[in-house]
Design a protein around this ligand. Structure first.
Ligand code: HSE
Length: 453
């Protein structure tokens, strides 16, 4: 007899009692933890409907219990002992949103050892200790989920793991730190100085506890390491990433880049090459008419180039309390639905391609091939020729040359855009330029990223 497939679905309320509440223990109730508490409470019914069962916060560990009580009220037991939450017999999933790489590693490994799934937004922890943590999780058959760790509100890990599962990924590039993008936007659009813009980012809860991680590019490199692992199925190689932040960036170069039709953004780039993977975070020139140049404030954007889907781009808040909570709770819903899933699904380098991708190395800086912007201070306007001749002799292709319009008391500046050239060749050319009498000060170089298919 024909049965309507819709009618034959069991309504949720008649399911067996075995589909029980997912019990969550949370470690940390700062910016991300408090957002997670609020959103879980506010959207409780919708979240339960999507997860197929209710998700309850059963215990919270906090450093400051009085402050924590002000957030969670009477409803949720509090403890100062994070390890108590990590090992609690009534907890199915541990949400680690305390941050840091020391104690957090111990809590997460203890939770895994006790057979608990883990959801974390802690990119530093996973970039540095991920290989050990994922191996332990696989051994125990539990999931370590981390959507909130990368470009918080953008489901980019899910897009790479699921939406683009059919593709061979060629490169991933993007603005993956909200704080630095906020600072660059405020400096450019409102003329704020660096310190004032950083102070605003801190007040809005965008910055890391130690903002050096943001402004020196370390936080973006943590996230890029996770993106590369998902895109290419390679192990986490944070220690091999080239990392440069925005502290050495000069206002003069922001103005000169604009004159040439570019905007400077802190980009993370992971690109597959025949001999290895580029893994680098640097301030780079992006064409002003590219979507990436218009990502402002604390927003993030990630582009993925893959063989079948082609170019795709993802945009959303890159920092913030409920923005990160959104990703943390999405992971909880996944765990609620997929309890018992093959943990390797969340651990790309432990999956089916393990042998091939474990062998992939990260390319050394000298081998990375892009176009470049050069700003060369000279003594006199007539010395442009000496600069271009020197670059030609060093086999650096020159695409465009101009004099800086804005050099406010610094003397004439020759601006050069090169064609693609490997960093090793460019380094030799800059060394040769620097030795010439015509050159009046340090030569500045930045990468140019076309971000095209
Ligand atoms: N400090 C981080 C940022 C927070 O600014 O992007 C989100 O990961």
């Amino acid at each position: 007899m024909y049965r309507d497939p819709v009618e034959s679905l069991e309504p949720l309320h008649s399911r067996p009692a075995a589909i029980r509440t997912l019990r969550v223990g949370m470690i940390g109730i700062g910016t991300v933890g408090s957002g997670t508490f609020r959103v879980l409470a506010r959207n409780r019914a919708d979240i339960a409907a999507r997860a197929g069962r209710s998700i309850e916060l059963v215990i919270v560990a906090a450093r400051n219990l009085q402050r924590a009580a002000g957030i969670v009220g009477e409803g949720v037991p509090l403890t100062a002992d994070a390890m108590h939450v990590a090992t609690h017999p009534d907890v199915d999933v541990v949400v680690e949103v305390a941050g840091g790489t020391g104690p957090a590693r111990d809590w997460v490994l203890a939770a895994i050892a006790h057979g608990k799934h883990v959801v974390t937004a802690n990119k530093a922890l996973l970039a540095v200790h991920g290989t050990e943590i994922f191996a332990a999780a696989r051994e125990k058959g539990v999931v370590v989920a981390y959507e909130g760790a990368v470009a918080v509100s953008i489901p980019i890990i899910k897009a790479l793991r699921e939406g683009l599962a059919a593709n061979r990924i060629e490169w991933v590039a993007g603005i993956i730190n909200g704080t630095t993008n906020f600072i660059l936007s405020k400096m450019r659009d409102e003329g704020l100085d660096f310190a004032a813009a950083l102070a605003q980012a801190q007040a809005l809860g965008y910055a890391e506890a130690d903002p050096t991680f943001d402004i020196e590019g370390i936080d973006a490199a943590h996230k890029l390491t996770l993106l590369a692992a998902n895109a290419f199925g390679m192990p986490l190689r944070f220690a091999d990433a080239q990392v440069e932040g925005i502290t050495a960036l000069q206002g003069l170069d922001v103005a000169c880049a604009e004159q040439l039709g570019y905007r400077i953004k802190l980009l993370g780039v992971a690109r597959r090459q025949a001999s290895g993977v580029e893994l680098r975070v640097q301030p780079a020139l992006v064409p002003v008419d590219h979507l990436m140049a218009h990502v402002k404030g604390s927003m993030n954007a990630v582009m993925v180039k893959s063989d079948a889907a082609g170019l795709t781009m993802y945009y959303g808040a890159g920092a913030g309390s409920e923005q990160t909570a959104s990703a943390v709770i999405a992971d909880l819903v996944d765990v609620a639905r997929l309890d018992g899933v093959d943990a390797a699904q969340y651990v790309p380098h432990l999956g089916v391609h393990a042998h091939a991708m474990n062998a992939l190395s990260v390319l050394p800086r000298a081998a990375v091939d892009t176009s470049h912007y050069l700003r060369v201070p000279v003594h006199a306007v007539g010395q442009i020729q000496a600069v271009t001749a020197c670059l030609a002799a060093q086999k650096v292709p020159v695409r465009q040359v101009a004099l800086a319009a804005e050099c406010s008391g610094t003397g004439p500046q020759v601006l050069v855009l090169t064609g693609p050239v490997v960093q090793g060749t460019l380094d030799l050319a800059v060394h040769a330029l620097q030795a010439r009498n015509e050159v009046a000060g340090p030569v500045v170089t930045l990468r140019v990223e076309a971000l095209e298919g």
